[in-house]
Design a protein around this ligand. Structure first.
Ligand code: PEP
Ligand code: MG
Length: 883
C-alpha cells in the first residue's frame, strides 16, 4: 500500500478527506495544492508508517525510504533546487501531523539541509549572509534539541553569551560574523555532548529528523495529551517534509496568520496579523508587535505601522482571493498560516478556525444565509453547550458602576450578590434563597458545593486556568480570578480592597467578561434572543423530535423558560414553595404536630397558599402540560438545627422550646436521603399529599373555568420503589380529584405518574406502569442510588475519580450511560411493554446536558426537562441528536 504522498507543483496525491492517513496538516496541504493554491511542494509519510516505525525498533522500512527519496526528487524538480546542492540548496521542514491537532505536543525541524558547505551557497544565492548563518544556527539548535536530544539550555546559554560579548540585547542585532562564530560554538556543543560531530550529510539529517518526529508521538507530553483528550495511541502521526520558504529574506518577505472571519464576533472581515521580514516563530514569540492585515483594521485600532493591504497591495489582493476560495471550498471559517517570500505568496496551513460561541452562532447563520451551508448544517455547527455563554444576563452598559478592582475575566457573565467567604456559608445562604458571591483567596476542590451555590466567584489569586476559573466555566458561573488587590481576613469576615472594607453580607457585582469587581448591585440586561439566535433555534426546532420542558416552580421562572421556548413544565418541586416566609411557620407546625389532627389544622393554612401557587403557574403556562411533584424532601430540612433556631420556632408556633427540641431530635435521621422522604411521607402522613392534590385540582378547575383553556395537570409521585406504593398514593390522589370535581361541578383530564429514581423501580417498571400514565426519570437520585454515591458529598472524591478515568465524566453532570443508562433503558422497555403509550421524560440535571440528551434521543424518550436557562441548549442538542 501507498505510504508516501506527494503534493505541490499544481497537483497532489491526496486530499482533505484523507485526514486519517495524512494527518490534518498533510491532508489540508494536499487539498490546497490540489485546487491550485500556492503551496510549497513536499511529501507526507502516512500515519500508518508510524506503527511500522515502532515495530521495526525505531527504523523506517526500506520501501518507505525509497518512496521518500523519489518524492523528494519530485520536490527538487518543482523547485528547481537540489537537496545538498552547494550553490543553491533545497532546504526542507520536517513536521508532525496527527488526525486531530495536538498543538505543540510533537516535534518540528526547520531549515534542514544546511551544513558547512550549503550555508555558503544559501548566503550567495540569497545575497544575504546574515540570513544564511542565522538559519544554520537555528537549524543546529532545533536539530540538537529534537533529534540529538541535547539540552536546549546549552544552546540558549551560548546565544546569551554571544549577545553579552557583543553588548547587544536582541538576537536581530547579531551580525553575520557573530552568527558564524555562534555556529562554531554550537557545533562544539554538539561534539562535546553528543560525542560526535554535527551531521553534515543532508540525507543523514533527513532520516534523523523523520525518525525523531515519529518518535515524538510517544513522548511523555504527547501521551499525556492523548490521555486527556481521548486520542487513541494507535492513530499515530504522519510526517510532512516540505520545501522551506522564508519570510525573513528582507522587506519584500513576510509571514502571517489569519482567520477568514472574525473569530471573536463572527463578522465577515479578514482578521489577522503579519510581520515583514520575519519567520513564523517570531510572530508567536511576541518580540515584535505584529501589524494588521487590512487598512480598515489598522485604522480602527489607531495603529500607525502599515497594514499588509497598504504595504504589499498586490500580494494582499492575492491573499484575499485565496481566503474567499478556501471558504467556499471548505464551507467553513478557516484559520490560515502564510508566508511571503520575495513578493511571492505561499500557503503553509489551513484548518477550521476555533471561535467563540458568539462567533460560531453568527458564522453558522450567515453561512446558511449565504447559501454556503444548509440550515441543518448550521444547526450542527454550533456547540449546544457553548450557547450557555450567550444566554446569561450581562451588565447594563448604561448603569452606573463603582469599580473597586479588576481581576482576570475567567468565566463570562455578570452576577450580583452578598459576599460570603467560605463555601458552607455560601451553600447555607443560597438554600435560604439568597444570591451570594463566593470570595476566596483561591478555591480548591472542597469549594465545589459553595461555587455551585454561588451566583459568582471572586478569587484574589490564580490565573485563567486556576481551579476557580476552570470550574466556574464548567458550571457556567461568572468568575473573576486573580484580583490581587483583594486581601481577605477570615477571622474578621471582611475583605480589604485598597482603602475600602467590605464585610460578609455586603453586596457586590462581578463582570466575568471584563474582570471588573463593583460595589453594590449593577443593573443587568437580558440577552438578545431574537436575530441570529432566534433563527438558529427555529431551524433546530424543525429537526428535533424530543420535546423540551423546564424545571420551574415560580411564575418568573416559568416566564423565562417560555421565553426560551419551553413546551411545558417537566418538574415543579413543590417543596420550594414551602420555604416561602409566609408559609414556613405553617409548614413547621405541620411537621412538629404530634398527631393527624394537628397536621390537618396546619395543612388547612397551607391549602389556599398552594392553590394560589398552582393557579399562577397554570395561568403562566397557558394550557401547556405541567408536571407537579408532591412533597419529596425529608421533613427535617424545613427545621433549624441550633438552639437559637429552636427558640424562634417555639415562638412562632406557640410550642414550648422543650417540645420543639424533642420533636426535632425525634425527626433526626442518619441517612436522610434514604430515609423518610418521597412517597414514604405521603403514605405515612396521607394528609400532606391529600392537601397538595386538592390544591392542584382546585387551582386547575378554577383556571380552566376562568380562561376557558384546558389545564392538564400531571401529578407526580417521587421516590417510588414498588408498585404498591404508587397504587396507594394514586388512589388517594384520584379520591381527592373526585371530591373536587363533585364539589365544583366541573371535571378535567389529569394524569398520575411517577418518578423513576430508584433501581428497584426501574427493574419493576412493568408493574409500576399499571398505575402510572407517565414516568419521569429522576436521574439525580437514580445516579445517587445506582452508584451508591451521595449527591451531597460526591465532590470530595469525584474529581479524582474522573482524573483516573473511573468515570469518564462527573456522573451527576453527564449520565452514566453504562450503569444508570441501562436502568433507564430497562425501565423504558418494560414500562412501554406493559403500557403502550406510556409517556417518558427525564427531569434530573442530565436533562440539560447535550451528551445525555443525545442518549435520551437514542432511547426514544418523549421529552427532556431542564432549568430555564438550559432550555435553548436542550432544543439545539435535541436537534443535533436527531440529525
Ligand atoms: C432527581 O432526583 O433527579 C430529581 C429531579 O429530583 P430532585 O433533584 O429534586 O431529587
Ligand atoms: Mg429526586
Amino acid at each position: 500500500t501507498k505510504s508516501v504522498f506527494r503534493f505541490g507543483g499544481g497537483s497532489a496525491d491526496g486530499d482533505a478527506s484523507q485526514r486519517d492517513l495524512l494527518g490534518g496538516k498533510g491532508a489540508n496541504l494536499a487539498e490546497m495544492a490540489g485546487i491550485g493554491l500556492p503551496v510549497p511542494p513536499g511529501l507526507t509519510i502516512a500515519t500508518s508508517v508510524c506503527a511500522a516505525f515502532y515495530d521495526a525498533g525505531g527504523k523506517l522500512p526500506d520501501d518507505v525510504k525509497a518512496d521518500t527519496l523519489a518524492a523528494l526528487a519530485h520536490v527538487e524538480q518543482v523547485t528547481g533546487k537540489t537537496f545538498g546542492d552547494a550553490a543553491d540548496p533545497l532546504l526542507v521542514s520536517v513536521r508532525s501531523g496527527a488526525r486531530v491537532s495536538m498543538p505543540g505536543m510533537m516535534d518540528t525541524v526547520l531549515n534542514l539541509g544546511l551544513n558547512d558547505v550549503t550555508v555558503e551557497g544559501l548566503a550567495r544565492a540569497s545575497g544575504n549572509p546574515r540570513f544564511a548563518w542565522d538559519s544554520y544556527r537555528r537549524f543546529i539548535q532545533m536539530y540538537g534539541d529534537v533529534v540529538l536530544e541535547l539540552d536546549h539550555y546549552l544552546f540558549e546559554d551560548a546565544l546569551e553569551i554571544a549577545k553579552e560579548d557583543r553588548g547587544v540585547t536582541l538576537d536581530t542585532e547579531l551580525t553575520a560574523e557573530d552568527l558564524q562564530g555562534l555556529v562554531a560554538r554550537y557545533k562544539a556543543i554538539v561534539a562535546e555532548n553528543w560525542g560526535d560531530a554535527f551531521p553534515q550529510d543532508p540525507h543523514e539529517q533527513l532520516w534523523g529528523a523523520i525518525g525523531a518526529v515519529f518518535g515524538s508521538w510517544r513522548s511523555d507530553r504527547a501521551r499525556t495529551y492523548r490521555r486527556l483528550n481521548d486520542i487513541p495511541e494507535s492513530w499515530g502521526t504522519a510526517v510532512t517534509v516540505q520545501a522551506m520558504v522564508f519570510g525573513n529574506r528582507g522587506d519584500t518577505s513576510a509571514t502571517g496568520v489569519a482567520f477568514t472571519r472574525d473569530p471573536a464576533n463572527g463578522e465577515r472581515v479578514t482578521y489577522g496579523e503579519y510581520l515583514i521580514n520575519a519567520q513564523g516563530e517570531d510572530v508567536v514569540a511576541g518580540i515584535r508587535t505584529p501589524q494588521y492585515l487590512t487598512k480598515a483594521a489598522r485604522e480602527r485600532a489607531g495603529a500607525r505601522a502599515a497594514s499588509m493591504e497598504e504595504a504589499m497591495p498586490v500580494v494582499f489582493a492575492e491573499l484575499a482571493k485565496v481566503f474567499a476560495l478556501l471558504e467556499t471550498h471548505y464551507r467553513d471559517m478557516q484559520d490560515i498560516e502564510f508566508t511571503v517570500e520575495d513578493g511571492r505568496l505561499w500557503m503553509l496551513q489551513t484548518r477550521s478556525g476555533k471561535r467563540t460561541a458568539k462567533a460560531a452562532l453568527k458564522i453558522a447563520v450567515d453561512m446558511a444565509s449565504e447559501g454556503l451551508i444548509t440550515e441543518a448544517e448550521a444547526v450542527l455547527r454550533v456547540e449546544a453547550g457553548a450557547l450557555d455563554q450567550l444566554l446569561h444576563p450581562t451588565l447594563d452598559p448604561h448603569a452606573p458602576r463603582d469599580v473597586i478592582t479588576r481581576g482576570l475575566p475567567a468565566s463570562p457573565g455578570a452576577a450580583s450578590g452578598a459576599v460570603v467567604f467560605d463555601s458552607d456559608t455560601a451553600e447555607a445562604r443560597a438554600k435560604m434563597g439568597d444570591a451570594v458571591i463566593l470570595v476566596r483567596t483561591e478555591t480548591s476542590p472542597e469549594d465545589i458545593h459553595g461555587m455551585h451555590a454561588a451566583r459568582g466567584i471572586l478569587t484574589a489569586r490564580g490565573g485563567m486556568t486556576s481551579h476557580a476559573a476552570v470550574v466556574a466555566r464548567g458550571m457556567g458561573r461568572p468568575c473573576v480570578s486573580g484580583a490581587g488587590s483583594i486581601s481577605i481576613d477570615l477571622t474578621a469576615r471582611t475583605m480589604r480592597v485598597g482603602n475600602r472594607m467590605i464585610g460578609e453580607g455586603d453586596r457586590i457585582t462581578l463582570d466575568g467578561t471584563t474582570g471588573e469587581v463593583m460595589v453594590g448591585e449593577v443593573a443587568t440586561v437580558e440577552p438578545e434572543l431574537a436575530g441570529d439566535f432566534g433563527l438558529l433555534m427555529e431551524w433546530a426546532d424543525k429537526h428535533r423530535r424530543l420535546k423540551v420542558r423546564t424545571n420551574a416552580e415560580t411564575p418568573a421562572d416559568c416566564r423565562t423558560a417560555r421565553g426560551f421556548g419551553a413546551e411545558g413544565i417537566g418538574l415543579c418541586r413543590t417543596e420550594h414553595m414551602f420555604f416561602e416566609p409566609s408559609r414556613i411557620t405553617s409548614v413547621r407546625r405541620m411537621i412538629l404536630a404530634e398527631d393527624g389532627a394537628g397536621r390537618a389544622s396546619a395543612l388547612a393554612e397551607l391549602l389556599p397558599e398552594q392553590r394560589a401557587d398552582f393557579a399562577r403557574i397554570f395561568r403562566e403556562m397557558a394550557g401547556l402540560p405541567v408536571t407537579i411533584r408532591l412533597l419529596d424532601p425529608p421533613l427535617h430540612e424545613f427545621l433549624p438545627h441550633d438552639e437559637a433556631g429552636f427558640a424562634d420556632v417555639a415562638e412562632a408556633t406557640g410550642l414550648s422550646v422543650g417540645t420543639v427540641r424533642r420533636r426535632i431530635a425525634e425527626l433526626h435521621e442518619f441517612n436522610p436521603m434514604l430515609g423518610h422522604r418521597g412517597c414514604r411521607l405521603g403514605i405515612t402522613y396521607p394528609e400532606i399529599y391529600a392537601m397538595q392534590a386538592r390544591a392542584i385540582f382546585e387551582a386547575a378547575v378554577a383556571v380552566a373555568k376562568d380562561t376557558g383553556e384546558a389545564v392538564v395537570p400531571e401529578v407526580m409521585v417521587p421516590l417510588v420503589a414498588t408498585a404498591r406504593e404508587l397504587e396507594i398514593t394514586k388512589a388517594a390522589i384520584d379520591a381527592e380529584a373526585r371530591a373536587v370535581f363533585a364539589e365544583t361541578g366541573r371535571t378535567l383530564d389529569y394524569m398520575v405518574g411517577t418518578m423513576i429514581e430508584l433501581p428497584r423501580a426501574a427493574l419493576r417498571a412493568a408493574e409500576i406502569a399499571e398505575f402510572a400514565e407517565f414516568f419521569s426519570f429522576g436521574t439525580n437520585d437514580l445516579t445517587q442510588t445506582a452508584l451508591g454515591i451521595s449527591r451531597d458529598d460526591a465532590s470530595r472524591f469525584l474529581g479524582v475519580y474522573v482524573e483516573q478515568g473511573i468515570y469518564p465524566r462527573d456522573p451527576f453532570v453527564g449520565i452514566d450511560e453504562e450503569g444508570v443508562g441501562e436502568l433507564v433503558q430497562i425501565a423504558t422497555d418494560r414500562g412501554r411493554a406493559a403500557r403502550p403509550g406510556l409517556k417518558l421524560g427525564i427531569c434530573g440535571e442530565h436533562g440539560g446536558d447535550p451528551a445525555s440528551i443525545a442518549f435520551c434521543e437514542r432511547l426514544g424518550l418523549d421529552y427532556v426537562s431542564c432549568s430555564p436557562y438550559r432550555v435553548p441548549i436542550a432544543r439545539l442538542a435535541a436537534a443535533q441528536a436527531a440529525l
